[in-house]
Design a protein around this ligand. Structure first.
Ligand code: HEM
Length: 379
């Protein structure tokens, strides 16, 4: 269904059915260049100058580029991510997961802060080639997620997000200038540095925009996938037992989590030129919000869409988007979640209290998942 809603920005078309959502994501008649618009509204009156750095970095991120510029950066990132992941990464990932799980043993813990956040933060930092234990990532990402997750523009949140992005970019800058990153090991940052002439400010900014995108995108979404997966399994005993008895269902389970509790609930597009879907006509410049989470529960596509069924017949979901901007980290996040679940189902784990959801409307995930994991030899 397509409806007009005032919930987003200055009003937007909201699309919540699977077929239209998929068609819009696939279409080049829509633009992703919406970053400038967010930061140019009345909510930010008087802040335009202060938000300049933020705007210029956001605009250059692969997420907000169209056409050939997008293609060029996207192909480069695909190649570099693939290289970094092919290099003994599985062993490294298993070690990150086991270390985190071993810290949990025999005492009540919040599985979100003690596991779900740690695995993606360390994994993406490792792949980029920076310090995997830099905990600033959590603070920077929270500020950016709060801004991106506010349906209506909010100047204060924009400033906080800009500070976070600036600190993140400065962190990369100083790592580059001090040579404080992993070299000659096919890690992403080292390889990307070769592609962008460092004596040109513009080129340096494009590089920093992609590094910030990967660090934020690699952490914020997967932490929610991992948390949502464990929580759904603990709340649905029969599904948990099924997975324990048939661990080969692990990928089906992860896809079902992605469908049912999509970590990215919506995305946006700007209409390039007048276009109609059924009897609704979008005009150039209109904002369209594609409700990924709702499309993934479309009853005309999925039988009993609100139930958690890891053995359901697989129909591709839209949790990683679709078309030219399909997620660059889909395989990575599946690997991370798989490594966590594979090890966690070998433990004896007990839910201590009902999970507490985050209030962010864009990123669907938990703030708290209190559990006790009983000691068992994992290695
Ligand atoms: C459960 C985990 C993840 C989910 C649910 C997710 C979701 C998404 C979605 C829905 C999009 C498309 C947005 C749009 O079309 O507007 C996207 C794009 C993207 N994702 Fe992910 N993502 C996840 C993990 C990751 C990871 C681990 C990385 C880092 C390696 C990453 C990096 C990106 C990038 C760079 C793009 C932009 C691609 C482009 O514009 O061409 N994501 N993601």
């Amino acid at each position: 269904m397509i409806t007009w809603s005032k919930k987003y920005s200055n009003g937007a078309w909201v699309v919540d059915d699977y077929v239209t959502a998929k068609a819009i994501l696939a279409s080049d008649q829509f633009s992703v260049q919406r970053a400038g618009r967010w930061l140019n509204t009345s909510a930010n009156d008087g802040l335009e100058d202060d938000l300049r750095i933020f705007k210029s970095l956001l605009r250059q991120s692969v997420v907000f580029l169209d056409g050939s510029k997008h293609q060029k950066i996207r192909s480069l990132l695909i190649q570099k991510i693939k290289h970094a992941m092919s290099n003994e990464f599985q062993g490294k990932l298993d070690a990150i997961v086991l270390d985190a799980i071993e810290q949990l043993q025999n005492k009540p813990s919040n599985l979100i802060s003690d596991l779900a956040k740690i695995v993606p933060a360390r994994s993406i930092a490792y792949l980029i080639g920076i310090d995997p234990n830099n905990e600033e990532v959590f603070r920077w990402s929270d500020a950016i997620a709060d801004f991106l997750g506010a349906p209506i523009e909010n100047g204060q949140l924009a400033l906080q997000a800009q500070n976070a992005v600036s600190e993140m970019a400065q962190y990369f800058e100083s790592s580059i200038s001090r040579g404080n990153y992993v070299c000659n090991d096919r890690r992403i940052m080292d390889e990307l540095l070769e592609e962008f002439p460092q004596d040109q400010l513009r080129s340096r900014q494009v590089l920093l925009a992609q590094l910030c995108t990967l660090l934020f995108g690699g952490y914020e979404t997967t932490r929610n996938l991992i948390g949502n997966a464990i929580s759904l399994l603990l709340l649905n005993e029969s599904q948990y037992d099924l997975l324990k008895n048939q661990p080969e269902l692990i990928d089906d389970c992860i896809n079902e989590v992605l469908r049912l509790e999509s970590p990215v609930q919506y995305t946006g597009r700007l209409v390039r030129s007048k276009i109609s879907f059924g009897d609704v006509t979008f005009k150039a410049g209109d904002l369209v919000v594609v409700e990924i989470g709702a499309a993934n529960r479309d009853p005309s596509i999925y039988e009993d869409p609100n139930s958690f069924d890891i053995a359901r017949k697989f129909i591709p979901h839209l949790a990683f988007g679709f078309g030219p901007h399909y997620c660059l980290g889909a395989i990575l996040s599946l690997m991370e979640c798989r490594a966590v679940l594979r090890n966690l189902i070998k433990t004896n784990i007990q839910l201590n209290s009902p999970p507490i959801w985050s209030s962010n409307t864009l990123y669907r995930g938990l703030d708290e998942l209190s559990v006790t994991v009983m000691r068992q030899a994992l290695r």
